[in-house]
Write a protein that binds this ligand. Structure first.
Ligand SMILES: [Zn+2]
Length: 340
């Protein structure tokens, strides 16, 4: 089995450390090193750790593509090349990588891309901004098999090196790591949106309410923008924008208008995995469940970064209740979240 190349690892790490591209364990990269072997990020691993720990796992990508074609329910099953049962699992999104014909594939949860891809007129707007590039728009589908089938169809119709996935993110491919990176940078430059300026939070009035409530005041000014920036507040409370938000934070975020409502909301308990893990107090700041994982905190920052870039008055396509529910009743996701 051919080894993974160092340049690919370095490019992956670099992308993984930029929160505008990758947040927590989201996003992934892959490199096809021969006719069968593809190294792909393992489920639950952080791309930022590439090079520092084992983040990639080898799979037989030709076999995966054959199994997609043959209609397998789990086309990645049995395609992992390491036979050690304790070995890492390939990313839930492995098929996105195997289906792209390029040697190196980068899939990011790009903040600039998502800020476009959640708008109802995304495809029209992207057509203008990405004009001249070989790209395709993929309608939203749950990551895993349903998205795989859609991507497979799109790639048969059109030869592209860029996919924008509605309510999800960006996929780019290239013959080398540098080429894929250059394609990604080109898309980022074209979709770059200025974020609205940060406002200052007033955490003190929330501290007291949070004491012993099971909630903590967010320690990041960025997260507080979800309460302080009026447009972000409206976006965040009205629905869920993309899968990783739902998986890590429940649906949308809870919103309250005054401290009395905040206290009541902190006291309300729920075991529903869709119960929002963060509460925004309008114009004041954000509190979140004190058990929220590091990955969850990264997802709150990601949401703030996306919301600050969605223009006022935009019509948003939120995930519908069925789409939210199917994201939390999902074994593969439970595995990913259970990893440290
Ligand atoms: Zn993704």
């Amino acid at each position: 089995m051919q080894e993974i190349d160092l340049e690919f690892i370095e490019v992956s790490r670099k992308i993984g450390t930029d929160p505008l591209f990758i947040q927590g364990a989201g996003g992934n990269t892959s490199c096809k090193v021969d006719a069968n072997t593809m190294w792909v990020k393992a489920s639950g691993k952080w791309l930022a750790q590439a090079g520092a720990e084992d983040v990639f796992v080898a799979v037989n990508w030709a076999q995966i593509n054959r199994q997609i074609e043959a209609g397998f329910d789990d086309p990645v099953a049995d395609a992992t090349l390491a036979k050690d049962p304790r070995s890492l699992r390939p990313s839930i999104e492995t098929t996105l990588h195997s289906l792209m014909p390029h040697k190196v594939v980068i899939h990011t949860h790009s903040v600039n891309t998502i800020a476009h891809a959640v708008q109802r007129n995304a495809e029209a707007e992207l057509s203008v901004k990405l004009e001249g590039l070989a790209w395709a728009f993929v309608p939203y589908s749950k990551p895993g098999l349903p998205l795989t089938r859609l991507v497979s169809r799109v790639l048969k119709e059109k030869s592209v090196n860029i996919l924008v996935i509605q309510n999800h993110g960006l996929v780019v491919g290239g013959a080398t790591s540098q080429e894929a990176l250059a394609v990604m940078r080109e898309v980022e430059a074209r979709l770059d949106v200025a974020a609205r300026p940060m406002r200052k939070a007033d955490a003190a009035q929330m501290e007291q309410i949070c004491a012993n409530s099971g909630y903590v005041v967010a320690g990041s000014d960025l997260i507080h923008q979800l309460a302080l920036d009026p447009q972000s507040f409206e976006v965040a409370r009205n629905g869920s924008l993309y899968p990783d938000h739902v998986v890590f934070l429940g649906k949308a975020i809870e919103s309250v208008n005054d401290v009395a409502e905040l206290a009541a909301c902190c006291a309300a308990k729920s075991v529903d995995p869709l119960h929002p893990k963060a509460i925004a107090l309008r114009s004041v700041g954000v509190v979140y469940d004190s058990t929220l994982s590091l990955g969850g905190i990264e997802m709150l920052k990601a949401l703030a970064n996306v919301a600050r870039r969605i223009p006022a008055g935009s019509k948003i396509r939120f995930l519908d209740p069925e789409e939210e529910r199917e994201l939390v009743d999902w074994d593969a996701e439970k595995y990913r979240q259970a990893l440290p």
